[in-house]
Design a protein around this ligand. Structure first.
Ligand code: GRF
Length: 201
C-alpha cells in the first residue's frame, strides 16, 4: 500500500513507519511526506530518500485554499492511505471529501478523553493515573473519528509532560505501525458511523 504521511514535528512516528516500511515483508511503503511547516520530519524523509512537500497556511489566501493545495499535493502521490503522524492542522472538507475513510491519525491520549493539541499536558493537569495512545480514522471533527486501536500508559508521580509524552510515543509508534499494516492488508469496516473493525485474518 502507498502511504503519504503528514507531520509537523520531530517526526519520530514518521521514522517508525519509514523503518518498518524498509522491511520487504511490511505491506506498506512511505511514498511521500507532507508538512505544514519547516520541521525535522522533512529531514527524516530526505535521509530516507523519500520526497516531501511543504504546504504552509501562510502561503495561501485562506484555509480553504490551503486545504485544496494540500489535497492536490497528497493526491499527486496516489495514496492508498494517508497517515497523520503528529500533523498539527485540522484537515478540511475538501481534503476529507477526497480521502475520508483512508486517513489515519494517532493521538497521545485515550480518546474521547483529552482531544486537541495539548492532550499530554491536559492529562497531567487533570491528575489521571492512566492515559495512553489512540489510533483512529479521521472524520470532520477534532480527534473524533472511529477508533481503530488504543493502549493504556500509566502516569507516574514523577512524570512531567515530556517524560509522559515520550513513554506514550513508544506505544504510539508500535500501535501505528501495527494498525497501518492491518488496514493496508485487510481494510476497515465502519458501522453506525462510529464502530471501526479491521476484519481478522
Ligand atoms: C505524537 O505524540 C502525536 O500523537 C502527536 O504529536 C506527536 C508527534 O510526535 N499529535 P513526532 O513528531 O512524531 O515525534
Amino acid at each position: 500500500a502507498r502511504l503519504v504521511v503528514l507531520a509537523s514535528g520531530t517526526g519520530s512516528l514518521l521514522q517508525a513507519l519509514i523503518d518498518e516500511a524498509s522491511r520487504p515483508e511490511y505491506p506498506a511503503q512511505v511514498v511521500a511526506v507532507g508538512v505544514d511547516r519547516v520541521c525535522e520530519a522533512e529531514e527524516r524523509a530526505a535521509r530516507a530518500g523519500i520526497g516531501s512537500f511543504r504546504v504552509r497556511v501562510g502561503d495561501h489566501a485562506d484555509r480553504a485554499a490551503w486545504d485544496r493545495a494540500l489535497s492536490d499535493e497528497v493526491a499527486a502521490h496516489r495514496p492508498d492511505l494517508v497517515v497523520s503522524a503528529g500533523f498539527m492542522k485540522i484537515l478540511g472538507p475538501e481534503f476529507l471529501g477526497r480521502f475520508q475513510g483512508r486517513v489515519i491519525n494517532t493521538h497521545p491520549a485515550l480518546l474521547p478523553a483529552f482531544p486537541g493539541a495539548h492532550a499530554v499536558a491536559d492529562a497531567l493537569a487533570y491528575g489521571v493515573k492512566v492515559t495512553g495512545s489512540t489510533v483512529h480514522l479521521v472524520d470532520g471533527g477534532v480527534d473524533t473519528g472511529p477508533i481503530l486501536a488504543q493502549e493504556a500508559v500509566s502516569v507516574l508521580d514523577t512524570d512531567d509532560e515530556s517524560s509522559l509524552h515520550e513513554r506514550i510515543k513508544v506505544v504510539e509508534r508500535r500501535l501505528l505501525v501495527e494498525v497501518v499494516a492491518a488496514v493496508a492488508t485487510r481494510g476497515v469496516v465502519v458501522s453506525d458511523g462510529r464502530k471501526a473493525v479491521i476484519p481478522s485474518e
